[in-house]
Design a protein around this ligand. Structure first.
Ligand code: X6L
Ligand code: MG
Ligand code: MG
Length: 167
């Protein structure tokens, strides 16, 4: 090669879906802080209160899903998620235990990742109603059906981050 391109490589933004959850501290503030701090968010699902799945006995969660149109790589998205969790004061101790904020990369159009600390699509959560119900709101093409055994009866619409609702 005799020269290098001086210009940024144009990249087509693609759709990414992130799952957000909180069941400790001011849950509404943690969700709101995540949505406001994440890059390239174009749509936010309603907020659902959901029964905890896995781990020790713990309080109910608030869950939602955001849709991004972004040039960020999967790794860039994970970094943005972890940054929001740290900003919410998350302490990682008990596996599947209570957390102020959890932000997961669920899906990136046209991309799969299988690395030690990052798997996309998210392997486990796609069977859970606390992901599927809000995911269906912002990406219905990704949710053809919600299985009867996914816990759909333990997911209650409680408000939205844009309008009223929350404490
Ligand atoms: C079989 C066995 C299939 C276990 C799935 C799924 C385990 C999800 C743990 C599973 C299995 C999890 C949230 C939550 C967690 C959340 C609600 C987890 C463990 N995060 N419950 N539990 N909302 N409602 O965001 O996700 S941590
Ligand atoms: Mg999670
Ligand atoms: Mg997580």
């Amino acid at each position: 090669m005799t020269h290098r391109n001086r210009y940024p490589v144009p990249r087509m933004a693609r759709r990414a879906l992130l799952g957000i959850g909180s069941n400790s501290g001011d849950r509404w503030s943690h969700l709101r802080g995540a949505v406001e701090g994440l890059p390239d968010v174009v749509e936010v699902s309603p907020v659902y209160e959901t029964a905890p799945v896995g781990g020790p006995d713990q309080d109910p969660y608030l869950n939602c899903v955001v849709r991004l149109e972004t040039d960020l790589s999967a790794r860039g998205l994970l970094d943005a998620c972890l940054e929001r969790e740290v900003a919410a004061g998350r302490v990682r101790d008990v596996r599947w235990g209570p957390r102020t904020l959890d932000v997961d990369v669920l899906w990136i159009d046209g991309e799969t990742v299988d690395e030690a600390d990052l798997t996309v699509p998210h392997p486990r959560m796609f069977e859970r109603a606390f992901v599927l119900v809000p995911l269906r709101d912002v990406a219905p093409d990704l949710v053809p059906a919600i299985p009867d055994d996914s816990g759909a009866d333990e997911v209650a619409l409680v408000g939205s981050l844009a309008g009223s609702g929350g404490s």
